[in-house]
Design a protein. Sequence first.
Length: 903
Amino acid sequence: MPATSSYPREYEVDIALRDGSTLHVRPVTAQDGPEVLAFLRSLSPESVSLRFFGQANLELAADWAVDVDYANRFGLVATIGPERTIVAHAAYICTGGDRAEVAFAVADAWQERGIATVMLAHLAVAAEQQGITVFVAEVLPGNYLMIRLLRESGYPVAVRAGEGKVTFELPTSRSAEVVEHFERRQQTAAIAAVRRFLCPRSVAVIGASRKRGTVGGEILHNLYRDGFTGEIYPVNPNAVKVQAHQAFDSIAGIRGEVDLAVVVVPAAQVNAVARECASAGVHALLVISAGFAEVGEDGILRQQELLETCRQAGIRLVGPNCFGVINRADDVRLNATFAVHSPPAGGIGFLSQSGGLGIAIIEAAERIGLGISSFVSVGNKADISGNDLIEYWEADAATDVVLLYLESFGNPRRFARIARRVAASKPIVALKSGRSPAGARASASHTGALLSASDVTVDALFRQAGVIRTDTLQELFDVGSLLSSQPVPRGGRVAIVTNAGGPGILCADACQTAGLDVVELPPAVRTRLAEFLAPEASLGNPVDMIATASADSYRLTVEVLVEEGVCDAIIAIFVPPLVTRAEDVARELCAAAAGAGDVALASVFLTSEGAPGELHADGRMPSFEFPEHAAQALAHAARYGRWRARTPGVIPQLAGPRPEEAAAVIAEALAEGAGWLGPERIDALLGCYGLPLIPSRVVQSARQAVAAARELGYPVALKALAAGLVHKSEAGGVRVALDGPEAVREGVRAIMDAVASSGHRLDGLLVQPMAHPGVELLMGVVHDESFGPVIALGAGGTSAELLADVAVRITPLTDVDASEMLHSLRSFALLEGYRGAPACDLAAVTDALLRLSALVEDHPQVAELDLNPVVASPRGVAIVDARIRLQAAPPSPPLPSLGPGSY
Ligand code: ADP
Ligand code: MG
């Protein structure tokens, strides 16, 4: 076991507690003696006696606690406040071999908030790294808190009763259960944190202005106007009264407790205000003020200071640089924004990263009748992020659909995990603006070039997580209003009901383009429709009821279509004729919607006034400006429905990977420096995962080449090996189908000449047998700094970029992912056996893809990997060209914590 290690900074973390507050956790140092002693002395006699089994010499205990070597003796403290007061201590001490004893003490006022659980998990990670596999905890039988902590820690504990004490044993390794337990804990903490903003009992507005038309003035006005159910405290040092309400000159002057402080003072004053809020015991800070990380260096420092102030005090922060929050729940009625109007109440949880867009969203919601449950503008996301909100909305009964306007991800992998879980029960619709960081990627490989072309990575992330991605704000609203009022369609069969032919045909075209199925109506359905529609009506799909159609016939037609079960969705289009009134049609459609069961309904009123108010009256019927909008929204919803109904698949257990051997190859290569691997190491690395690289020999002369060709069997391929030569064939460095010694000798000469004239230095030649003829594919991976490994499968060969026929996913792949990728390719038809060609071995293709996924998941040091081509044939797959670039990977963080990037 290693002796003393240096101070392990990676265990310094901010943690979120069950009640939504935060604490700082860090390793103990030898200098902590006095503080630890003060902490132990602050404990109640009961706590001391439970911790130390009776009377204790606290001086000795403190000495013992700070005697750490970060290997055999390791301790953590949790601190709070400007003095960084210690409120909890946890430690392990190795008792020999791979076992260690653990002990905890938590200040009485801080108990039952889950502190010890987190510290236990962090200790376990530290211990495991030191080779300690078992923790032992001895607990007095009356120490219920500790017993419950150990039982509910997520670790599988074994209990043994001894004389007067109970002994617990638990493994230090992080099992799937422990990780899941942590995720649940984090969700509890996130919900509690968001509740501080959306369900406060009292709100102070710091910078509340007497003047309407200012941000501070409008926020205060909105709080009163919308009838916030808690206390409102305007804070303004220069006024006794603000908008006819008593004002306070500072937060300290408020006698009651302040849950939420809304800060609208100029950026330069925000940190002073935040410190006052910390002293006054405020729970949450909503910083509207701009002038932080979005404005450069000074702003970044100002934001860091703000977060630090909040962290020290356990305060949670939304913003800075944001537009505010709204909660439409009847028992809260909070509108802490400066929006001119309030959005109608409804089932949509709306997050906007941009403040400016937030205003537009609220305005639009009001205009089109989009019902909101709560709205949060997260601004710079210094603390509370989109992930926290999604977890909140997942559990919020008032929210049916989550709408996101995102500009960046803090932690995309965590977003993906959370979104995938939430999307299984509540739709998430996202508009992601801006190019992904993928755009900046190196592209020394085909895969790199393909993945840098657009933000395919974000697409992949959303697709895998079941998030509906829209391209425009309009689409975001459209899908939101559809899914917040209609069932998720079971499939893509759509029927169109119209009173005008043209719009009906346009709609049918738009449906088809969007991937929906405009179904043929069976004769039985037509017969029923003919009973009440005009003889001139067209009974196909679209059902054109012609201009004379009454409001009634809309309802009757929808009812027949629903009853006959011929479609999963219906689009009703209304063009104002002379006789029928839009209001009546709206009313009849709402009546039909009420009985439509799991068929989704959408309406399009092509009138100058737009959809009549009757339609929105009970929020049951969505309307769209144009038929194509309805088609697009339904197509999104149907795709989402398919995602929800699909089998998620499993990450298969593959036969025979040798990860340890691969790690050794990687470590050896990295010791010589990062960069592209030579052919032997590529061979070894792919071999460890059973990836079928075609046999090859490195040779230095024509004579060796001929010998290698004879050994491998003709015909062969011959390739130049030269550092920096990325696309060999472009420089004349590849000769294929050489069928005898003379052809090989000739090939060597030609390659030497070509490479010399291209200015590269030839390091040798590669001789390979020819692969069995087949379809050329590309498989590749780029390790993205924030997304992790991104894997691609596409049409391959030297023109891969040109074809740009590629499917992209984020690893790890499930068997279903792999098969979906393959089927989604345009070139899939070729693999299946196009025009009489024999079908390729598809199972071998997906198997190789899954093996590749396992390789890059196990080894984050693989920065870029390009298998191109992988030749797929009826006999299996053969990789004939492979490139791998390694880079030392940063150590993985011990456990999830709060803080930029990690949440
Ligand atoms: P590069 O991609 O650097 O130009 P490759 O090794 O991929 O070089 O070779 C270029 C092309 O030659 C491949 O796309 C493939 O069509 C063909 N080729 C190369 N090696 C073989 C082989 N062993 N069997 C069949 N075809 C091959
Ligand atoms: Mg190639």
